[in-house]
Design a protein around this ligand. Structure first.
Ligand SMILES: Nc1nc2c(ncn2[C@@H]2O[C@H](COP(=O)(O)OP(=O)(O)OP(=O)(O)O)[C@@H](O)[C@H]2O)c(=O)[nH]1
Ligand SMILES: [Mg+2]
Length: 391
């Protein structure tokens, strides 16, 4: 019989699992290039949670290139602030960008420049020859480039966008965005758009070493976080089923809780949330059906089983593989849904109390466990692509 955990044990375990998950996120390096004023800083700040570019002037790497990082943040953004398109300056920066890419390539794959966002202001309505040449030069450097059309008012493909598409530029994709809402006048505001697509497209281009760090730190595409977290849940469900393949004596239920703890920790990290003792305690209390008790581990499993109608009680004092898998899947899916709601509320500045969140977790868990549903809830359908979002 394995020892059971107290709430404190479980909190410590959760903390360790969280730290472990954090050390496995890798590192992602994004290089943002574009003429001064196109909106590079605005873009960086809107995509990444830590407001990287806003936190000061960054560290000059070489002439014309600055690096933005934060402690414990697995993202580094390189920016070319104040870039004018005069021949002299372009020449220097082009050389320095090429050198940066080559130098980093000599290091561990974690340190490579993984993707370039080349920004052009949509309003400029043209691409200059010097920029076109630069893009061609970048092709040789073998780093994927996304052409970002910044400050694009309309979601409808514009003439400029179509023209760029026809130019067959050496870029992976051309993505129009409006990073921040733009007030046209007191009655009209253009909504932000396109960042979720930019994040999706970037993710597809990243090597594995950079993917998790990128998904974790960006806040422009919550569905991408949920999708990645879901893949982890699937893996944990498989290991719960193995734990339960020979039915788990109920006394060993804490083993199942250990698997679930690691799963919850990984989901939390993918959502880019810090380890919050109050939040985790509240969630644990909610699913164990009580607070401040000693044998929490077993209580959690008993309670998780009790919440599945029909699963009834433990057959012969053991948990079957199927039940173990059901518990873990329902818990993982419910937790992802809670974090999705929580992040969206945070981004929109809507208050959401701890008790609302814990109630949501319990309700979703019951719903998942009893319905046998095995997928996440869809986000509300996107508006048709050609709709202009002026409100
Ligand atoms: N509303 C709105 N304004 C934007 C957007 N992008 C840029 N701007 C505005 O354009 C101006 C320049 O944007 P920055 O992000 O500072 O441009 P930058 O490319 O970082 O410029 P440098 O640092 O000089 O190279 C700012 O006043 C921004 O508010 C956007 O998506 N929406
Ligand atoms: Mg800037």
């Amino acid at each position: 019989m394995s020892d059971d955990f107290s709430l404190d044990d479980l909190l410590n375990k959760s903390y360790d699992a969280f730290k472990e998950a954090e050390t496995n996120v890798g590192q992602c390096n994004v290089l943002v290039i574009g003429k001064t004023g196109v909106g590079k800083s605005t873009l960086i700040n809107c995509v990444f949670r830590q407001r990287l570019a806003e936190t000061g002037v960054g560290r000059p790497v070489t002439h014309g290139i600055r690096q933005y990082t934060k402690p414990n943040c697995p993202i580094a953004v390189y920016d070319t602030p104040g870039l004018e398109l005069n021949a002299e300056q372009i020449k220097v920066i082009r050389l320095n960008v090429a050198k940066l890419i080559e130098d980093q390539r000599l290091l561990h794959p974690k340190e490579h420049i993984h993707v370039i966002w080349y920004c052009i202001n949509h309003g400029a309505n043209r691409i200059e020859a010097v920029e076109e040449n630069w893009l061609k030069e970048m092709q040789i450097m073998d780093v994927p480039v996304i052409l970002v059309l910044t400050q694009t008012a309309s979601k409808k493909p514009s003439e400029f966008f179509k023209k760029l598409e026809h130019m067959n530029l050496p870029v992976s994709q051309i993505i129009p965005v409006m990073a921040e809402p733009e007030e046209i006048d007191e009655d009209y505001t253009v909504k932000a758009h396109g960042l979720d697509r930019l994040v999706d497209a970037t993710f597809q281009l990243l090597p594995e070493v950079a993917q998790k760090a990128f998904v974790k730190e960006q806040i422009a595409n919550i569905a991408l976080k949920a999708d990645m977290a879901f893949k982890y849940v699937t893996a944990y469900v498989a290991s719960s089923a193995i734990v339960g393949a020979t039915p788990v004596p109920f006394a060993d239920a804490p083993i199942l809780v250990t698997v679930q703890t690691a799963m919850i920790a990984n989901i939390t990290v993918i959502f880019g949330l810090p380890f919050d003792k109050g939040f985790i305690s509240a969630m644990l209390s909610a699913i164990s059906g009580a607070g401040g008790i000693t044998a929490v581990g077993r209580n959690i499993v008993t309670n998780l089983i009790k919440m599945i109608p029909g699963a009834g009680t433990l057959v012969g004092g053991a948990i079957s593989g199927a039940t173990a898998a059901t518990l873990t899947l329902a818990l993982g899916l419910a937790y992802i849904e809670v974090l999705k709601t929580y992040m969206k509320a945070q981004i929109n500045g809507e208050p959401l109390s701890l008790s609302q969140l814990t109630k949501m977790l319990v309700d979703l868990y019951k719903d998942y466990a009893s319905s046998g549903r095995k997928t996440l809830h869809e986000d509300k359908p996107k508006p048709p692509p050609n709709q202009i979002d002026i409100e």
